[in-house]
Design a protein around this ligand. Structure first.
Ligand SMILES: Nc1ncnc2c1ncn2[C@@H]1O[C@H](COP(=O)(O)OP(=O)(O)O)[C@@H](O)[C@H]1O
Ligand SMILES: [Mg+2]
Length: 286
């Protein structure tokens, strides 16, 4: 499905991602956790080939046989939204304030299919029902008339309406309160179970990742420090940074507080620790 190999990205001469490799198999949920600034969003937008001209990317990104780094823009545009969808932290920024929710559904669906307005509205209603958003007349509402949690659910519903094969969810719950976060996680789980789509979910909240992902990738300063089955990572973290992360989960400290505590550089090579479990080993710890 998605295979990223040795991806390095430079922005304005600064290296932001270094030799990142990961796989999102068909129908699986893979989670990425890492402090802010570790390169998670750059990874997502590079997969989608956004800001192509402003970045220098090396390595390979394969999606269903296509090499995205060298794919022509026209073909890439047909994949975005239709095959690979992106949902982001702040749903408000993804909506046009002058367009109703129904209008957003119509725009999205018509951009990728030859559907009529009527057909698009029918799909929109089905999607909203799936997300239990049919109780109020959401389609006629403008974005500012709805709460952040509601908009995030609608954003997911709109993305899902094109039945993408891969969903990139970049901190989809970060701007929301705990209750709403839980709801969104539940919706994503339901959606995944129904559609069997692959999901790459990014968060700096280990709780969210632990709840959804079968595999976890731990990132720090543009590199992968540990990568493996969720159960291994959560129960037997190996890298000192992952250990601190997992321990902090019980103490409810935020990742950025943690970052201040854990202040050494990332070095060493990624080595296979256990079946499918990779850890960046510093020379001294080997
Ligand atoms: N447009 C940009 N111009 C310059 N630097 C950028 C740009 N976007 C991201 N970066 C740098 O890339 C690094 C990773 O950013 P980002 O992927 O947004 O982190 P995360 O999503 O993990 O919080 C940061 O150090 C940031 O300064
Ligand atoms: Mg980010």
């Amino acid at each position: 499905m998605l295979e990223v190999q040795n991806l390095s990205v430079h922005i304005q001469g600064k290296q932001v991602l270094r030799q990142v490799s990961l796989t999102v198999p068909k129908g699986k949920v893979v989670g990425i956790i890492g402090e802010s600034g570790s390169g998670k969003s750059v990874l997502c937008s590079t997969i989608l080939q956004l800001f192509r001209k402003d970045r220098k990317a090396a390595g390979t990104i394969k999606f269903n046989g296509d090499c995205l780094l060298s794919l022509e823009e026209k073909k890439m545009r047909s994949l975005r939204g239709k095959e690979i969808a992106l949902i982001m932290q702040n749903p408000m920024s993804m909506f046009n304030p002058l367009v109703t929710i129904g209008g957003h559904f119509i725009e999205t669906l018509q951009a990728h299919t030859s559907m009529t307005k009527k057909q698009a509205i029918k799909i929109a209603k089905e999607q909203l029902a799936l997300f239990q958003l049919n109780d109020v007349d959401v389609l006629k509402k403008y974005p500012h008339e709805l709460s952040g949690g509601m908009l995030q659910r609608i954003m997911i519903a709109i993305s899902a309406s094109l039945e993408p094969k891969l969903l990139l969810a970049d901190e989809p719950t970060t701007a929301l309160d705990t209750m709403t976060q839980l709801e969104i996680v539940k919706e994503l789980k339901k959606l995944q179970a129904k559609t069997k789509m692959s999901i790459l979910i990014v968060s700096h909240d280990l709780g969210v990742i632990a709840n959804l992902a079968e595999e976890i990738i731990v990132m720090r300063r543009g590199v992968v420090v540990e990568y493996g089955p969720a159960s291994h990572i959560l129960l037997h973290p190996i890298h000192p940074y992952t250990k601190t992360l997992v321990a902090a989960r019980d103490e409810h400290s935020t990742l950025d507080e943690l970052n201040d505590k854990y202040e050494d550089t990332v070095s060493g090579e990624l080595v296979l620790y256990d079946e499918n479990h990779w850890v960046r080993m510093e020379d001294s710890s080997r």
